[in-house]
Design a binder for this molecule. Structure first.
Ligand SMILES: [Ca+2]
Ligand SMILES: [Ca+2]
Ligand SMILES: [Ca+2]
Length: 201
């Protein structure tokens, strides 16, 4: 094995080890919460069905894992379609229902946390959905992993049907970052690769 091949092999080994470390060691978690008193009105009452809540994250944090918490009252949450949008414009549906197949009667979301790593999918939960639930099938919060959390997040709620209404009370953007050592190793690894490529040119 020549020197180049040996270096390449070492760098590959390094990346395997770093990937393993980052998978195992999540870093600290930062919670940005905001209380609201925002009416969730249906089409009949307001002429518009969207409620938007803005939450600012004032820190530059690379997202390793994102969870989203909500608190709201509503006389039938079947009506609601709930989305979260990042400062970079990435948008994800947390929950919504099919009118034809999934109708139910149920009130409120109370201390509900959407979390990819939760054991129970939201489809198997019942209102008021207290606890942790995976977002709607096919929608994973991991879509935000790697983004900078800094800026204005938006929680959007659409009330799709008449009669029932409610109030948005609280939103939490919960950001876990990489364990600092793993992050520095990742940066070091990227630096080594650039050096290696330059030497080969
Ligand atoms: Ca995750
Ligand atoms: Ca999570
Ligand atoms: Ca309604």
């Amino acid at each position: 094995m020549d020197a180049h091949s040996r270096l390449k092999w070492l760098i590959s080994l390094f990346f395997v080890w770093v990937s393993w470390s980052t998978a195992v060691f999540a870093g600290p978690t930062f919670i940005y919460s905001k209380d609201f008193d925002l009416p969730i009105l249906d089409k009949q009452a307001s002429g518009s069905s969207i409620t938007e809540a803005i939450i600012e994250v004032p820190d530059h944090l690379t997202i390793y894992d994102l969870d989203v918490g909500i608190n709201l009252t509503h006389t039938n949450v079947f009506d609601l379609q709930i989305f979260v949008q990042s400062p970079l414009g990435t948008r994800l549906c947390l929950n919504m229902y099919d009118f034809k197949d999934e109708f139910f009667k149920g009130e409120d979301y109370v201390q509900t946390i959407f979390d990819d790593e939760a054991e129970i999918p939201i489809e198997q939960g019942t209102a008021p959905f207290t606890g942790r639930f995976r977002p709607k099938a096919g929608s994973l919060l991991e879509i935000f992993d790697g983004e900078d959390a800094y800026g204005f997040w938006c929680l959007q709620i659409y009330d799709m049907w008449y009669w029932d209404t409610g109030n948005l009370e609280r939103v939490e953007i919960i950001v876990t970052v990489c364990e600092p050592t793993a992050l520095s190793l990742l940066v070091l690894g990227a630096g080594l690769t650039v050096l290696f490529r330059r030497r080969r040119v």
